[in-house]
Design a protein around this ligand. Structure first.
Ligand code: UDP
Ligand code: MG
Length: 312
C-alpha cells in the first residue's frame, strides 16, 4: 500500500486544527487503498494550537507534529515538514480549510496517472481585498517577464508532491525561499487542478499586504537578476546621452564655432560633465552587480540540474 503524508503548517489555528482533522478523516475513509499520516507544523503559535495538535496526536497514531520554538513563517514550516515527512507522496494543505480537502482523491488520481507534481489552482477568492488582487496581478505580470521559470497565476501551495520531488526539494539550501517557486524550478511532470477557495473559517489571514509585498520582493531577487542589472543599464544610457552631447558641444565650440554651441553656459556644460560621470558610476555599480550575481548563484548552491531517471 502506498503511503501519503498530509502536511499542514499552522500558525494560530487552534480552532481550525480539529476541523481540518475531521475533514481529512472523512476523505481518508474514501481512499482505502492508501495509508495516510498527518504532519502538523506548529509555527510558533501564540494560542492553543500546540495543545490541539497534541490532543489529536495522543489519540491517533497517524498524527505527527513538529513544534517550532518561534514563528519562522509558512515557507520555512513547509520546508521543515518536507524534510521530515515519510510518505511516498505528500500533500500540502492549509490549516484554515481554505483548501478543499475533498479534492485529495482527484490529486491522487492524477499522481497515479504519472504526474509528479499536482498543483491546485485557485479560481477566485471572494474574501480577497482589491489591494491584494491588484498586487498579485502586478506580481505575476512582472515575475513572468523577468524570472527564469514561469509562474502560473493563482497556483497555490495546495499541492501533491511525489517522493522524487521531495527528495530533490530537500537539496535546496537557500534560506530566503518561496516553496512554490522552488517546486516550479525543479520541473517534473505537472498537472493542474482548479478549485474554488473556501472562506477562512476561524481567525485572520496572517499574510498582510506588506508581508506579501516582502515575499514578492524576495521572489524577484531570488528568481531574477533584473533588479541588479537595472542600475548598470541606466548608467549606460546616461553615459551615452551625456557623452555624445558633451562631445558635440566641445566640437562645435572649439573646432567648428557653431553658434548653438556657444549658447551653452558654463554651468550647463558642467551639468553635462557631471551627468557623464554619474553615468560612469552607475555603470560601475552595474558591473559590481554582475559579480554579486555570480556570488549569489554560487552561495545558494542550487543543484545545477535535476535528473528524473538514469540507467547506470
Ligand atoms: N502559516 C504559518 N506560518 C505563518 C503564517 C501562516 O504556518 O507565519 C500557515 C497558516 O496557519 C495556514 C497557512 O500557513 O495554515 C496559510 O496562511 P494564511 O491563511 O494566513 O494565508 P493565506 O490563506 O492568506 O494565503
Ligand atoms: Mg488562508
Amino acid at each position: 500500500m502506498k503511503s501519503i503524508s498530509i502536511i499542514i503548517p499552522a500558525y494560530n489555528e487552534e480552532k481550525n486544527i480539529p476541523l481540518v482533522y475531521q475533514e481529512l478523516k472523512k476523505v481518508f475513509v474514501k481512499c482505502p487503498d492508501y495509508t495516510f499520516d498527518i504532519l502538523f507544523v506548529n509555527d510558533g503559535s501564540a494560542d492553543g494550537t500546540l495543545a490541539a495538535i497534541e490532543k489529536l496526536a495522543a489519540a491517533d497514531q497517524a498524527v505527527h507534529y513538529l513544534d517550532f520554538t518561534r514563528n519562522f513563517g509558512k515557507e520555512v514550516a513547509t520546508t521543515a515538514a518536507l524534510n521530515n515527512c515519510q510518505g511516498d507522496a505528500c500533500i500540502l494543505v492549509d490549516a484554515d480549510l481554505q483548501h478543499p480537502v475533498e479534492l485529495i482523491p482527484t490529486f491522487i488520481k492524477s499522481w497515479e496517472a504519472g504526474f509528479e507534481v499536482v498543483v491546485g489552482v485557485r479560481n477566485k477568492n471572494k474574501s480577497v481585498g482589491i489591494l491584494k488582487k491588484i498586487g498579485s496581478a502586478i506580481f505575476y505580470k512582472i515575475i513572468n517577464q523577468i524570472a527564469e521559470v514561469k509562474v502560473v497565476p493563482n497556483a497555490t501551495d495546495f499541492r501533491l508532491l511525489d517522493r522524487a520531488v521531495i527528495h530533490e526539494f530537500n537539496h535546496f539550501t537557500e534560506t530566503n525561499r518561496m516553496t512554490r517557486a522552488l517546486i516550479d524550478w525543479l520541473g517534473f511532470r505537472r498537472d493542474y487542478i482548479h478549485f474554488d477557495a473556501n472562506e477562512r473559517l476561524h481567525g485572520d489571514a496572517s499574510y498582510s499586504f506588506w508581508k506579501l509585498f516582502r515575499l514578492a520582493l524576495n521572489s524577484f531577487v531570488s528568481l531574477s537578476l533584473l533588479p541588479l542589472k537595472l542600475a548598470g543599464n541606466l548608467g549606460i544610457v546616461i553615459t551615452l546621452v551625456a557623452g555624445v552631447s558633451g562631445f558635440y558641444i566641445l566640437l562645435g565650440k572649439y573646432f567648428f564655432h557653431w553658434h548653438f554651441a556657444a549658447t551653452f553656459s558654463d554651468s550647463e556644460n558642467l551639468a553635462i560633465l557631471i551627468l557623464f560621470l554619474v553615468g560612469i558610476i552607475l555603470m560601475s555599480i552595474g558591473l559590481l552587480a554582475l559579480y554579486i550575481a555570480n556570488i549569489h548563484s554560487e552561495v545558494i548552491r542550487r543543484p545545477m540540474y535535476v535528473i528524473r531517471k538514469k540507467k547506470a
